[in-house]
Design a protein around this ligand. Structure first.
Ligand SMILES: [Fe+2]
Length: 216
């Protein structure tokens, strides 16, 4: 059984405590539902089989599991990459910047791509993933919680762009303002920690902002 994690987040820049409190409750709902579904599936399996008449209910529970599991896990990544007084750009010699420069050419290009994914119409997430085998970063749109996650890739930076993430603080059309606020609260140290286990896969050459290739 999963337990909801506590996140020590308040007084963020541009994301109100009211939003955070409501969002924590939503997250707790995903944890509860993940546990409930897991239990319900275990009950069906108790006699060691899924009978024909149990199949429709079993199938529905299994389909929903992807939604609830990803809803739980992605919120943990999201809250985990925010902090009060965050938001400074990543350090020049950080693994994240090396990976970004290798994958996108520059931090600015990476950020333009990531924020544009975040502005896409629809309900979902913008996620920067590490390909752990090749050390490359790529930004992806995930619809709802489960459509578009890349198998085996590691989420290193996760931004919730469901309307509940910003609607108490901004108008529906003001998602770009929320994205700016998100960046101003970013905990780059967490991002760096998520990358650190795979640092050896990240290419060790880098292209600087003036376009010159150099060794690190
Ligand atoms: Fe959310």
């Amino acid at each position: 059984m999963y337990e909801a994690k506590e996140f020590n987040l308040s007084r963020l820049n541009g994301i109100s405590d009211r939003t955070l409190e409501m969002h924590f409750k939503l997250y707790e709902g995903y944890v509860k539902e993940t546990n409930r579904l897991t239990e319900a599936i275990a009950e069906i399996l108790e006699d060691g089989r899924v009978d024909q008449e149990e199949m429709p209910a079993y199938s529905e529970l299994k389909r929903r599991l992807g939604f609830e599991y990803n809803g739980m896990v992605l919120h943990e990544y999201y809250f985990g990459n925010l902090k009060k007084d965050g938001g400074e750009d990543p350090a020049r010699n950080s693994a994240f910047l090396q990976a970004v420069e290798s994958s996108f050419g520059s931090f600015d290009l990476w950020k333009a791509d990531f924020t544009s994914v975040g502005k896409m119409r629809g309900v979902g997430w913008a996620i920067c993933y590490l390909d752990p085998l090749h050390g490359q970063l790529s930004n992806h749109w995930v619809t709802l919680h489960e459509v578009g996650n890349v198998a085996g890739f590691v989420p290193v930076l996760v931004m919730d762009v469901w309307e509940h993430a910003f609607l108490l603080d901004y108008k529906p059309a003001e998602r770009p303002k929320y994205i700016e606020a998100f960046f101003s609260n970013l905990n780059w140290q967490t991002v760096e920690e998520r990358l650190s286990a795979f640092a050896s896969t990240i290419p060790t050459h880098s292209i600087s902002h003036d376009g010159k290739e150099s060794s690190i």
